[in-house]
Unconditional design. Structure first.
Length: 344
């Protein structure tokens, strides 16, 4: 996705999405409750009318995907184990137009953006029988089918290393019901996390900042507060969806947080996006499972909230938490995470 020069707007290659259009919103007052979560809509442009970034996500700093994984105009397909099983055409290339929507990360620094694709059904009533069968099979192989949500990746600001880390499709496809909660650590990481579950190469020692105990407490409390704010926003989105009379297959909840560039205060935002398959509720179709997906997302965030509470309690007792990838024994021996957070 490309941005305007000032970073305020995004150019998203897609079909026209009526629900983004303010004129459509005026004609459907039942959608008013969703407005706080939907990016503002400015119109559409031909994709050929603006300069598009040709830099793939794989070449960005901190990415876990080698640039060699891109094959011409093809992008990799990943199996359940996160390994490449083939290549497919870049989906964005089929679109000739882009809609212009507000950039919900604008005005923030050290930003984390996490994409949670919602629903147990990812297609609308216009999908062909072949597409329905194909997507049903894909859904059944992922947490979309069992939990109503797929962690589709994102960008995380990692406090312990003060850098961005990218999560990709490889990690998403490895998650199952037992490991889905690890996605929450990619959204609201602890100061103890020297690496994210989605990273394939653990951080080098020289990338670790030397934090004192009070800094550790402040950062951990901040992350806990952000997690709790997200847990307050998600039920509001769920309530808004239920007032519309619409089904929202294939939509995503974007959890966004960072610090204001103006006053450095933490902010948490929730965006509801991707309405290409949105339609009036149809009793002949299976439930979209979007509300179920929101509940599942809240479930894994509550697990991360509890982990952050335990970590903060240890810090409040002047006891540094263990390395996420180490053991209690390492803590007793003064190794692991203790090396990066000092009480001196």
């Amino acid at each position: 996705m490309d941005t305007s020069p000032d970073g305020e707007w995004l150019y998203k290659a897609t079909w026209y999405e009526a629900i983004n259009d303010p004129e459509y919103m005026k004609e459907h007052p039942e959608l008013e409750s969703l407005e706080p979560f939907i990016p503002a809509y400015k119109g559409w442009v031909e994709r050929s009318s603006y300069v598009r970034s040709e830099t793939p996500a794989s070449s960005r700093r901190g990415s876990n995907v080698s640039s060699s994984h891109k094959l011409g105009d093809m992008v990799p397909k990943y199996g359940k184990d996160g390994q490449i099983v083939g290549y497919k055409p870049n989906g964005a290339d089929k679109y000739t137009k882009s809609i212009i929507i507000s950039n919900r990360t604008h005005g923030l620094r050290d930003v984390t953006v996490a994409d949670f694709k919602l629903g147990t059904r990812l297609y609308g009533p216009l999908a062909s029988p072949e597409k329905r069968a194909r997507q049903d099979a894909t859904t059944a192989e992922s947490t979309s089918g069992s939990k109503g949500v797929l962690y589709a990746g994102g960008t995380t600001w990692l406090p312990s290393r003060e850098c961005h880390v990218f999560s990709d499709d490889r990690f998403s496809r490895t998650l199952n019901d037992d490991t889905l909660a690890s996605a929450a650590a990619c959204v609201f990481p602890s100061i103890r996390d020297l690496a994210l579950p989605s990273e394939y190469v653990v951080a080098q020692e020289d990338e670790q900042p030397d934090l004192d105990l009070e800094e550790c407490r402040e950062k951990e409390q901040d992350m806990l507060n952000r997690t709790r704010t997200a847990l307050q926003l998600l039920p509001k989105l769920s309530e808004a969806i239920q007032t519309t009379g619409l089904d929202f297959p294939g939509t995503s909840a974007l959890i966004i947080h960072g610090k204001s560039v103006e006053d450095d205060t933490p902010e948490v935002r929730l965006a509801f996006v991707d309405f290409a398959h949105t339609h009036q509720h149809d009793e002949d179709m299976s439930p979209d499972g979007v509300l179920f997906g929101i509940q599942s997302t809240m479930g894994i965030l509550r697990e991360q909230e509890a982990a952050l509470e335990r970590s903060l309690a240890a810090l409040d007792n002047d006891r540094k938490p263990w390395n996420a990838w180490g053991s209690d024994a390492e803590e007793e021996e003064g190794e692991g995470w203790n090396a990066w957070c000092s009480d001196e």
